[in-house]
Design a protein around this ligand. Sequence first.
Ligand code: ATP
Ligand code: MG
Length: 329
Amino acid sequence: MKVLFTGIQPTGDIHIGNYFGAIANWVRIQHDYVPFISIVDLHAITIPYETAEMPTRVEELALTLYTAGLDFKTTTLFVQSEVPGHADLTWIFNTITPLGELERMTQFKDKREQFRATVNVGLLDYPVLQAADILIYKGEVVPVGQDQVQHVEFTREVARHFNARFGDTFPECQALLTATPKVMGLDGDAKMSKSKGNTIGLLETPEQVWAKLAPAKTDPARVRRTDPGTPEKCTIWSYHLLVTPEAERAEIHTGCTTAGIGCIDCKRRLHKHLMTVLDPIRARYQDLSGRKQEVRDRLSANAEHCRTVAGDTILEVKGKMGLNRIWKI
Ligand code: ATP
Ligand code: MG
């Protein structure tokens, strides 16, 4: 079976963009691969954060991922910083990465704007660490959202560079997308992002979700109830595509374009279908939150396994690069 690798940052609460854009896929395909899924805290520290909050964020994220359906027994969910090989391989990849390739990365450009006051080398180097994350397990399949496709392509480049210079070592990985790889944020301006505060959380209550949907922007051209709308210009419509059954969607689409249905009605219907997905997830989360210690133990055991796999790759890589003296003496 091929190796699957993917990651998620402990930068805030998981939102429906993460879920429908990526996590739902992880759950669906986890048994078709050898799956490594990482809570990438080394990536998360490239933007400002509270040190005291990090351990809780990591554990909450693990709980949420298990709640969303990751297999506790067979999927290797682990914390990135507990496996030193990731940083080790990053340095090696840094030395074969042209600077220009990193400077043109879309995510770097976005985050550089978002965190102007604190831009650090880690933010620029993020894709190299991501390449190391994937390749240290010789990952071939990388299920992600649209925003990460450029980084997966970059990872292929890194593998090619390394293989050409030091001999065949790494596979060329492929991104795997869901049918909805870019879920827009509630602001309608950018993709939904944990760090942008434009999210609907996976664990939010019906009341919390409604409080966000009710004032959310719709098609800006639809000023009055009697104005016909263009669903394709409306964020609420894009959410219907995630959760509403096809027949009802067609009815809503026609209703919008003929002004037969108002925005509030349209939002109410979305709310109902969204909560049909979110309610059982929230209920499972309640059950799991009593089993925190089990989750902690599982993360530790998984990290141990990862250290072994990653350690083998590091030995192979260093050997090929002439950095293997230590194993000869
Ligand atoms: P941050 O704002 O801290 O970068 P994020 O919401 O972008 O957080 P990540 O942890 O960076 O989340 O990404 C986790 C996974 O979710 C990745 O596979 C990413 O491609 C996917 N993802 C993130 N946002 C979206 C979105 N709006 N639509 C679809 N997939 C998404
Ligand atoms: Mg992100």
